[in-house]
Write a protein that binds this ligand. Structure first.
Ligand code: EPS
Length: 387
């Protein structure tokens, strides 16, 4: 039985986004404030669009936490979509009002049949036999990642009890790359926190902003790369014994399935293909009876298990496919050549994507942590952990 599991629901312009988390042991301090801080980080970042000006994402804990602490019961989280007020008619659950011509007109205005290349519209409409692509867009929208970040924040608050802490930073926007001192995580974290793009390189930060401005003025979008680091992990999360228990595989799936992510790397990642074995592998040394390493090309994972070094995960995000300057597509209703659908969009959402990846990695780490040290309460887990 999985230790930490959850389901989410909700549409981009529906009433709200929800999650029910099961398997959180009793006795952990969880606050809405901490969740909301992460939600604010997901909403920020230079290059975000108009929707983020409408929303001020706030998460309500509906159950499973009492007097500040988890009780062991399922935790229900909810984020209200403020924009729903503007979408009540086209997002109505019932079809009763469709007899009214005015309402039918408003619903038709929000329907579309011109799939956005790069988005889920085309394949989703064929798979689920949905004529109105709105039915695909509503769930495939990156809006969904708000509730995922809330779940990740709960995971991070639990991991924090054991001093396991993570952060993320942007390392590339379009062709502009950041230069940082490798492995100087304290400095990288501090510098990234002060940047509008969560980028630790001040100079690159400004050039990145210019690139975003240019893309915006052309009605275009920009992708990039980010890195997530989690430190102070115990040795042995994950396992070498079976493919689906390898923690690098689980992290890769969790990050790869974030909307718009196209590649995931761990440690030296893609560069490892060109390194000699003598340069790639992180040698072990001993001093004062303590084993240590001088490098971390493995990104904290060997044989599908954490090895005690920080976990380092990088990912590339493609440019958001909802574009003001439309791409060529086919109208699935008229079967004629057409231009892709546009409502509004972010010019660049790489900083937000980094926050989402942080959340998703936290789910996996917590799941593996509970599998190894599991118990029903904080005290029991702490005892197992300390032993
Ligand atoms: C997003 C909400 C969406 C988009 C964006 C991210 O809201 P709306 O569709 O109402 O503008 O701003 O998602 C996309 C561009 C996309 O293609 O999925 C959010 O909350 O992060």
């Amino acid at each position: 039985m999985k230790k930490f599991r959850f389901l989410t629901s909700g549409e981009s312009h529906g009433k709200c986004l929800n999650a029910i988390i099961e398997g959180v042991p009793a006795g952990f301090k969880i606050t809405e404030d901490d969740i909301n801080k992460d939600l604010e980080r997901r909403q920020s970042g230079y290059g975000r669009g108009k929707r983020m000006q409408i929303e001020t994402d706030k998460c309500e804990i509906k159950s499973g936490v009492r007097l500040g602490k988890t009780t062991g019961a399922p935790i229900c989280l909810e984020i209200t979509n403020k924009d729903y007020e503007n979408w009540k008619i086209p997002m109505n659950i019932s079809d009763d009002d469709l007899k009214n011509k005015e309402i039918l007109k408003i619903v038709a205005q929000k329907s579309f049949t011109t799939p956005r290349p790069g988005h889920a519209d085309f394949a989703g409409s064929v798979k689920y036999q949905l004529e109105d692509l709105r039915d695909v867009l509503e769930r495939s929208s990156a809006r969904q990642t708000a509730i995922e970040v809330a779940v990740g924040s709960v995971a991070k608050q639990i991991l924090r009890e054991f001093s396991i802490i993570g952060f993320s930073h942007v390392i590339q926007i379009g062709k502009v790359k950041a230069e940082v001192i490798p492995q100087n995580y304290t400095l990288i974290k501090e510098s990234a926190e002060h940047s509008e793009l969560y980028c630790a390189d001040d100079v690159a930060n400004d050039v990145m902003k210019e690139a975003i401005d240019i893309a915006k003025s052309n009605g275009d979008t920009l992708g990039g790369k980010f890195e997530v680091i989690f430190g102070n992990l115990p040795i042995g999360l994950g396992s070498h014994v079976h493919w689906d228990r390898k923690i690098d595989g689980r992290i890769a799936q969790a990050v790869m399935s974030i909307p718009a992510v196209k590649s995931v790397e761990i440690g030296a990642g893609i560069k490892s293909a060109e390194l000699l074995g003598s340069k790639m592998h992180d040698e072990l040394f001993i001093a004062d009876n303590k084993i240590y390493r001088k490098s971390n090309n493995a990104g904290g994972i060997e044989g599908g298990m954490t090895n005690g070094e920080p976990i380092v995960v990088r990912a590339a995000m493609k440019p958001v496919p909802t574009m003001k300057t439309p791409l060529r597509t086919v109208d699935l209703y008229t079967k004629e050549q057409a231009e892709s659908h546009f409502e509004r969009s972010d010019t660049c959402a790489v900083p937000a994507c980094a926050v989402v990846a942080e959340a998703r990695i936290a789910w996996i780490l917590l799941d593996e942590f509970l599998e190894k040290f599991g118990g029903d309460s904080l005290n029991e887990i702490r005892k197992n952990y300390e032993e």
